[in-house]
Design a protein around this ligand. Structure first.
Ligand code: HEC
Length: 234
């Protein structure tokens, strides 16, 4: 190869490298409503509405838009809502409940004493006990054993599983048991993310009534903090 050929490569890279760097750096200039340079932008912008997006410029993304309303591809805010979010703001002075009508459970892992005061909102009946039994079998038997004696197959291996039929465990308040299922305790992991709230309370009924023979159970009258009427009144 001749000398001039080498020169060309050297000059080209002298121009190309800074040019490439400039483009890349320009792309980094993101902030506020500027997302910077996007490679394959349709991968970043969701087609379904997103709760919090506020892209209010109807022209945004016009250059690649295929929308029938001829607005920009990325325009997706709702002009009728506060801050132009797609999500509605919650009604003032209200707390959201889940589909089953329950308030969020906000106690922290170490707040066992407070948890003990929580009442079982599920009214006890045969059907609830049957559900509770099935759920107990599904989630607890492996460690605590079918009768709660701490002799489940997995329990034998991990060791230190509480015998729910013995000693001070028998008198545990229902709110305490609910809390342990939800948040875990010591060597037992949290099950709150796997078992819906109402099912956890059903398990509590089963543990209290069937495994612990009703010792320390709440009386039916005193129980419901969240009653059916209260749910429908909201
Ligand atoms: C992976 C094994 C495992 C599973 C599954 C499990 N537990 Fe436990 N559980 C333990 C262990 C271990 C302890 C002892 C915790 C400690 O004190 O370190 C325990 C303790 C408890 C206690 C006593 C809490 C206390 O205050 O000392 C209760 C009540 C309990 N479990 C209920 C349940 C229920 C109900 C389920 C099913 C939803 C369940 N556990 C599922 C392992 C398990």
């Amino acid at each position: 190869m001749s000398n001039s050929g080498k020169m060309k490569i050297a000059i080209n890279s002298k121009i190309l490298v800074p040019a490439l760097a400039a483009v890349l750096l320009y792309g980094c200039k993101a902030g506020g409503e500027n997302q910077g340079l996007e490679y394959a932008p349709q991968m970043y912008h969701s087609v379904p509405y997103e709760g919090l997006t506020q892209i209010t410029d109807e022209e945004e993304g016009t250059w690649l838009s295929t929308r029938e309303d001829e607005k920009g591809e990325f325009f997706n805010s709702n002009v009728n809502n506060p801050h132009r979010m797609n999500m509605r703001e919650p009604v003032a002075n209200t707390v959201p409940r889940n589909k089953q009508g329950y308030l969020p459970y906000r106690l922290e892992t170490d707040e066992l004493e407070e948890a003990a005061l929580t009442r079982n909102p599920v009214t006890l009946n045969d059907e609830v006990l049957k559900d509770g039994e099935a759920l107990y079998e599904q989630y607890c038997t492996a460690c605590h054993g079918a009768k709660g004696e701490g002799d489940g197959k997995v329990g034998m291996i991990i060791g230190g599983v509480a015998n729910l039929t013995g000693g001070a465990y028998v008198g545990l308040p229902e709110g305490h048991i609910f809390h342990v299922i939800t948040k875990g305790k010591g060597r037992m992991g949290a099950h709150g993310s796997q078992i819906p709230q109402e099912s956890r309370w059903k398990i509590v009924h089963y543990v209290k009534q069937e495994i612990q023979g009703g010792v320390g159970a709440q009386t039916a009258e005193a129980a419901p903090e969240v009653t059916e009427t209260e749910i429908s009144a909201n």
